[in-house]
Design a protein around this ligand. Structure first.
Ligand code: PLP
Ligand code: COI
Length: 356
């Protein structure tokens, strides 16, 4: 059956696949909800917005995204509150960042309202897939690919914007052992590190694989020129507590992602009366603080990762153990608060919750 809501054309599924999914045992990103959002850009305009049954795409082998990597994405999460309402955390920020990525990658921005209304429509159709259990959510993955059928190099004239949804559990099931990366580089100034561009993740896979072989679950990237300043991890921004001050690398340079979780954490921390510093952070400063017991907390912040405690930092062949997770007053309290916030269990005092 086909219907229209808010100018979005909806094609109903015949049967749901939801019974095939074991919600008691949810891996990250392997199951996909019944519906997806799809909208094409061609002839200089966005075409009919649609919500369609989740299905494979049929694309021409010369599709430009496949060859030259004009591809960007976002990641956000929906949960359900006790009244069965679907709540999404700060999607307006994702819509804005998506378009910043689009501009940097010379792609067609998606009107913010369409991003949000498309997300709302696909979530309504996928309502049964939004978990309400502790630690679970519906991960929402908006993405855009360049679809010119052409092997010359130029910015594409055609694009496809999609939103797919995946019910997920935790991305990191335990505290993360990280390695400070001193050889490879994720992003250089003037490059595309700030964009959520698919190629940034491809470029990180080889160094990440080497790190994994050495026993590190994630890398902490350092600046491309000197490898002396901390940037971010592969899937999350990093935050340290040293001498009771919350510190995190500043976003001034265009090498790190402007994380929405991090931004939210810093706002809450300031509100709780903590001193917060966003500034360049030398690797040596962190290592010295660990050695002199002045570092009391360290964690990653990201949509998929949530608040992920860092258990150990490997630097130049030495592994530095960080304080036991139970002793970490700030990140433990923060994790609980942010989780409750997303589930609508505490007052929405910052106006961060979008109701579907
Ligand atoms: N940094 C990178 C490289 C990421 O992939 C992510 C995840 O989205 C983050 C940081 C955290 O950003 P956010 O909190 O907006 O999810
Ligand atoms: C997210 O947290 O949404 C991300 O994009 C990280 C990821 C690569 C799973």
């Amino acid at each position: 059956m086909i219907s229209t809501s808010n100018n979005i054309k909806i094609t109903e599924i015949e049967t749901s696949r939801i019974s095939e999914v074991d919600f008691n045992n949810l891996p990250f990103g392997k199951h996909f909800a019944d519906y997806m959002f799809e909208m094409d850009y061609k002839d200089g305009a966005w075409q009919q917005a649609t919500v369609v049954p989740f299905r494979n795409l049929s694309i021409h082998p010369a599709t430009s995204a496949l060859h030259y990597g004009q591809a960007i994405f976002e990641g956000l999460k929906a949960t359900k509150n006790e009244a069965d309402e679907i709540l999404v955390f700060r999607p307006d920020m994702n819509a804005k960042r998506f378009n910043e990525s689009a501009i940097r990658m010379c792609m067609q921005p998606v009107p913010e309202e369409m991003f949000l209304e498309g997300m709302r429509a696909v979530l309504k159709q996928n309502s049964a897939w939004v978990p309400s259990a502790e630690g679970q959510s519906l991960y929402i993955r908006p993405f855009m690919i360049a679809t010119d059928e052409y092997v010359g190099i130029k910015a594409s004239d055609n694009y496809k914007f999609l939103i797919i949804c995946s019910p997920v559990g935790a991305y990191y099931s335990e505290p993360v052992k990280v390695k400070i990366e001193m050889e490879y580089t994720r992003a250089a100034e003037g490059g595309v590190g700030r964009a959520k561009a698919a190629g940034n993740y491809a470029a990180s896979l080889y160094p990440a694989k080497k790190g994994l072989e050495e026993g590190y679950r994630q890398l902490i990237w350092t600046d491309a020129k000197t490898h002396t300043f901390i940037e971010e991890a592969g899937t999350m921004n990093v935050i340290f507590v040293i001498d009771d001050v919350i510190i995190t690398p500043s976003e001034e340079k265009d090498t790190i992602l402007k994380g929405i979780t991090k931004r939210s954490v810093l706002e809450v921390a300031r509100d709780w009366g903590y001193k917060v510093e966003e500034r360049p952070i030398k690797v040596d400063e962190v290592i010295d603080a660990i050695k002199s017991n002045r570092l009391t907390d360290a964690f990653g912040a990201g949509t998929a990762a949530t608040i992920a405690p860092i258990s150990e930092i490997g630097y130049l062949g030495v592994d530095y153990k960080l304080p036991a997770v139970e002793t970490r007053t700030f990140s433990n309290k923060l994790k609980e608060y942010i989780n409750e916030y997303k589930l609508g269990l505490v007052e929405d005092k910052y106006n961060w919750i979008f109701r579907v």
